[in-house]
Design a protein around this ligand. Structure first.
Ligand code: IDP
Ligand code: MG
Length: 138
């Protein structure tokens, strides 16, 4: 069993696809064990995406992530990290495989509907960034 952090980004909330995204997780062996809606501040978004601080899109990305409510959740399942990344599809929706969340709903490389942890270390950091142990119903 493995845990990963998923976020329905502000564009996903705006487009009304929270339920559709969660349905795909639940239909593919990923169980939601914690969830909440958050409106990140610019500073919180910058902290979350600290690894990307040197990237040219850092300022724009953190503006976007703090532009409206997002849904953050912890997914649990076998190979949850890789399985979630597979369901999400490639970062750039134009390169994402058919039937993936980003391919189906994203219209922009930055506004790409969902976030998912990319490894065990980042999953641990990202889960702790939003949730304490009492909020996780594993
Ligand atoms: P990931 O979300 O697929 O793991 P990362 O490379 O970790 O992709 O980038 C984090 C986020 O930054 C992406 O989901 C996307 O919102 C944004 N992003 C990545 N590359 C670009 C880019 O080239 N232009 C604009 N935004 C980008
Ligand atoms: Mg990433």
């Amino acid at each position: 069993m493995e845990r990963t952090l998923s976020i329905v980004k502000p564009d996903g909330v705006e487009k009304g696809v929270i339920g559709e995204v969660i349905k795909r997780f639940e239909n593919n062996g990923l169980k939601v064990v914690a969830m909440k809606m958050v409106r990140m501040s610019k500073e919180q978004a910058k902290g979350f995406y600290y690894v990307h601080r040197e990237r040219p899109f850092y300022d724009s990305l953190t503006d976007f992530m703090s532009s409206g409510p997002a849904v953050v959740m912890i997914l649990e399942g076998e190979n949850a990290i890789a399985r979630n990344r597979e369901l999400m599809g490639a970062t750039d929706y134009r390169e994402a495989a058919e039937g993936t969340i980003r391919r189906d709903f994203a219209t922009d490389i930055e506004r790409n509907i969902v976030h998912g942890s990319d490894g065990a270390d980042t999953a641990a950091f990202e889960i702790a960034y939003f949730f304490n142990e009492l909020e996780i119903c594993g």
